[in-house]
Design a protein around this ligand. Structure first.
Ligand code: C5P
Length: 400
């Protein structure tokens, strides 16, 4: 159902100290429903044992091209044929050079040469090796053949040096894998704008009116849309979450900034999904200097309404619009009223008084109402699953 479920992934592991992160990647991919076949170079086995991969994937990990005891004849051919995606993480400079030159000297480069599946490479090496003209030329060659790269990133390396050469962390790699598998998915060719997180309305230079939104629901929608092949623009208010891989992220602060960013992003968009907790009111006259306590008995804040973004967007080129309603009372009546006032196709309502749904947690229990008033109550599920099902509905609206 989701884009990793039942997918066959070949994970190639080569000889870099960053190989210590590879079992975690293999484990997370397996937990997400993929069947993961690990192939390793001999030098990779000096850093991590094949048995470690076997433990987390439940499948044999291979490193010997000449393994006569293997139950599969022509191992590389079998693995290469059944793969939906091959990921090499970490990829050393040597492996990148082998890939660029079509050399097949070990099980990783052999399988990479034999497969027609998309190839995703996560380099890990010393900064000088990464910057070397030979490596850069090899990377350019591979890119021109359609190979995708994730990282390397800048930071502290195992040698203690600072520079570019760190392998991307597992959550980033997972995003890149999902992104790669999402290409050609059923939202390909669609531009989807998503908003997430809470806005902050300035009272003075250091204080603001804010809310409890974590941004998790909107980020899950952006990721799920990416995983189905959509071009995604994420307009994010306040959140601690990192930018999702492969998503165009615009960070904003206030409701007014969010309005401007959302309106600009909606140009050419097919759907707008507003999961952000936008402030309904903002301080009417934000003060330029920090407000002092001294000499005051009390302080009254005057609030003025913010622009209603969903209502203001209108329906350029038949834009599909989805709103969210976080309610603590009269859930259905309030949600239905919002469909009318904001001109929505769907509203996703949740009762924020439940502890396993709504703000901050990873799960949600929602009620979905469409513009005809039809209601569906969905059981408790992860926010990613909720996002996936919302997108099923959006996709049906595109088809209608
Ligand atoms: O009216 P209320 O804030 O409850 O509506 C919630 C829905 O409307 C959410 O989808 C939210 O992102 C959106 N909204 C908006 N502009 C506002 C306030 C909320 O688009 N100023």
């Amino acid at each position: 159902m989701y884009n990793l479920t039942d997918k066959q992934i070949v994970l190639g592991v080569t000889g870099s100290i960053a190989a210590y992160k590879a079992p975690d990647l293999a484990s997370k991919l397996t937990q997400a429903g993929a069947a993961v076949d690990v192939v390793m170079t001999e030098s990779a086995t000096r850093f991590v044992a094949p048995i470690t991969f076997q433990g987390v994937t439940g499948r044999r990990a291979y490193h010997d091209m000449w393994d006569e005891a293997s139950e599969i004849a022509e191992l590389h051919v079998v693995l290469a044929r059944r793969a939906d995606l091959m990921v090499i993480a970490p990829a050393t400079a040597t492996t990148i050079a082998r890939l660029a030159h079509g050399l097949a000297e070990d099980l990783v480069s052999l399988t990479a040469l034999a497969t027609q599946a998309p190839l995703l490479v996560a380099p890990a090496m010393d900064p000088h090796m990464w910057e070397h003209a030979a490596t850069q030329a090899n990377v350019a060659t591979l890119r021109s053949r359609g190979v995708s790269f994730v990282g390397p990133e800048e930071g502290r390396l195992a040698s203690g040096q600072m520079g570019t050469g760190r392998m991307s962390e597992v959550p980033v790699l997972l995003g890149a894998v999902r992104n790669a598998l999402g290409r050609g998915g059923n939202l390909t060719g669609k531009k989807i704008v998503v908003s997430a997180g809470g806005t902050r309305e300035a009272i003075d230079p250091v204080r603001f009116v804010g809310n409890e939104s974590s941004g998790k629901m909107g980020f899950a929608v952006a990721e799920a849309a990416r995983d189905r092949g959509a071009e995604v623009v994420l307009v994010s208010g306040q959140t601690a979450l990192p930018d999702p891989y492969g998503v165009d992220v615009h960070r904003v602060r206030s409701a007014t900034q969010m309005r401007d960013a959302v309106l600009a992003a909606c140009d050419g968009a097919h759907a707008l999904i507003m999961a952000a907790a936008v402030a309904d009111f903002q301080p009417a006259e934000p003060v330029g200097e920090k407000i002092k306590r001294k000499g005051r008995e009390s302080l009254t804040l005057h609030l003025a309404p913010t622009p209603d973004i969903l209502a203001e967007v209108g329906r350029p080129q038949g834009l599909v619009k989805v709103g969210f309603a976080a309610e603590s009372q009269d859930l259905v009546a309030n949600a239905k009223a919002k469909i009318e006032s904001k001109g929505l196709d769907l509203i996703v309502a949740n009762d924020i008084t439940a502890s396993d749904a709504g703000f901050s947690v990873d799960t949600n229990r929602v009620l979905v109402i469409d513009s005809k008033g039809e209601q569906e109550e969905w059981p408790l599920m992860t926010k990613y699953e909720v996002a996936w099902r919302i997108l099923d509905k959006v996709q049906r609206l595109f088809e209608a």
